[in-house]
Design a protein around this ligand. Structure first.
Ligand code: NAD
Length: 274
C-alpha cells in the first residue's frame, strides 16, 4: 500500500490514513468503501452507530483484497455499555460486517456519568484475549478517563480516537497519549470541511505546494504523527485525500497551521455527553 503504517503498542500495524464512513447511508457504503479500496485505502473506520457495517462488509468481501490486508475498525455504541452488553454488541457488529475478527474495536464514548466504561473495557479485553479483535482502544476519552481505565484494567488502549483538526489541536491529550504509548487518531481531521478548508493560511500553503487545502491539512496531521480517517463519498475527493504521500510541508507551513488552534470543538464534549 502507499500508506505507511503506525505500529500500535501491541505490535499491530495500522495504516496511518484510512477511510471514515460516518453519515454514509448503508445503501451507499458499499460503493464508497469500494471506491476507497480501489484508490488504495486499506483501513476503514465504521461504527455500530453509523448503521453501515453491512455495506462496509459487502465492499470488503467483493473487493478481492485478502482480508488480512484490510484494517477494519468498528465501535461499541453508547446503548451497549456494560460487560455482557458489550460482548453481545460485538457479536452483532461482527455479524453485520460478515467478518470473523475486527482489527480494532473502540468504545465510542466514555459516558462518565453512566460510569460503566471500565466494565465495558473488560469485555474488550476478553475479546482481545479470545483473538476476536487484534487491538482494542477507546474514542473520545479525556486524559482523566484514560488514567482511571489504565489504573483498573490490564491492556493499555492501542488508540484513542478524538476530534482533532487545526481548530482543535488537542495538545493535552496528544501529550498524554504519547507518554502512555497510546496512538492518537484524529476524527473529523478536515474539520468536516466546514470553513477550515477556506482559511487563508491553509489556502496559501496549498497554492505554494500546488495541492488542495484538504491535502495540506492531512499532511499536517501525518507529519505530527496522527492517524487520520478523512471521509468523502465523492470519488475525486476520495482519491485526492490519499494522494498525500509524495510531498511534505516545511517547518514554516507546520508552524502556520499550528497557529490556527482555537480549542474549538465541532462535536460533543466527552465530559458531559451522557
Ligand atoms: P472530515 O473532517 O473527514 O470531513 C468530511 C467532509 O469534508 C466531507 O463530508 C466533505 O464535505 C468534506 N471533504 C472531504 N474531503 C474533501 C476534499 N478533498 N475537498 C473538499 N472537501 C472535502 O469529517 P468526518 O466525516 O466527521 O470525520 C471523518 C471520520 O471520522 C468519520 O467518517 C468517522 O469515521 C470518524 N468520526 C468519529 C467520531 C467519533 O466520535 N469517534 C466522530 C465523528 C467522526
Amino acid at each position: 500500500s502507499k500508506v505507511p503504517p503506525i505500529i500500535l503498542n501491541n505490535g499491530v500495524e495500522m495504516p496511518q490514513l484510512g477511510f471514515g464512513v460516518w453519515q454514509v447511508p448503508d445503501a451507499e457504503a458499499q460503493q464508497a468503501v469500494g471506491t476507497a479500496l480501489e484508490a488504495g485505502y486499506r483501513s476503514i473506520d465504521t461504527a455500530a452507530f453509523y448503521g453501515n457495517e453491512e455495506g462496509t462488509g459487502k465492499a470488503i468481501a467483493s473487493s478481492g483484497i485478502p482480508r488480512e490486508d484490510i484494517f477494519v475498525t468498528t465501535k461499541l455504541w453508547n446503548d451497549d455499555h456494560g460487560y455482557d452488553a458489550a460482548l453481545r454488541a460485538f457479536d452483532v457488529s461482527l455479524g453485520k460486517l460478515g467478518l470473523d475478527y475486527v482489527d480494532l474495536y473502540l468504545i465510542h464514548w466514555p459516558l462518565p456519568a453512566l460510569d460503566k466504561y471500565v466494565d465495558t473495557y473488560r469485555a474488550l479485553e476478553k475479546l482481545h484475549a479470545d483473538g476476536r479483535v487484534r487491538a482494542i482502544g477507546v474514542s473520545n476519552f479525556l486524559p482523566e478517563h484514560l488514567q482511571r481505565l489504565t489504573g483498573e484494567t490490564s491492556v493499555i488502549p492501542a488508540v484513542n480516537q478524538i476530534e482533532l483538526h487545526p481548530h482543535l489541536q488537542q495538545h493535552t491529550s496528544r501529550e498524554y497519549h504519547a507518554e502512555q504509548g497510546i496512538a492518537t487518531e484524529a476524527w473529523s481531521p478536515l474539520g468536516q470541511g466546514k470553513g477550515l478548508l477556506e482559511v487563508p493560511a491553509i489556502v496559501a500553503i496549498a497554492q505554494k505546494h500546488g495541492r488542495t487545502p484538504a491535502q495540506i491539512v492531512l499532511r499536517w496531521h501525518l507529519q505530527l504523527g496522527n492517524i487520520v480517517i478523512p471521509k468523502s463519498v465523492t470519488p475525486a475527493r476520495i482519491k485526492e485525500n490519499i494522494d498525500v504521500f509524495d510531498f511534505s510541508l516545511d517547518a514554516e507551513d507546520l508552524a502556520a497551521i499550528s497557529a490556527l488552534n482555537e480549542d474549538r470543538r465541532i462535536g460533543p464534549d466527552p465530559a458531559t455527553l451522557s
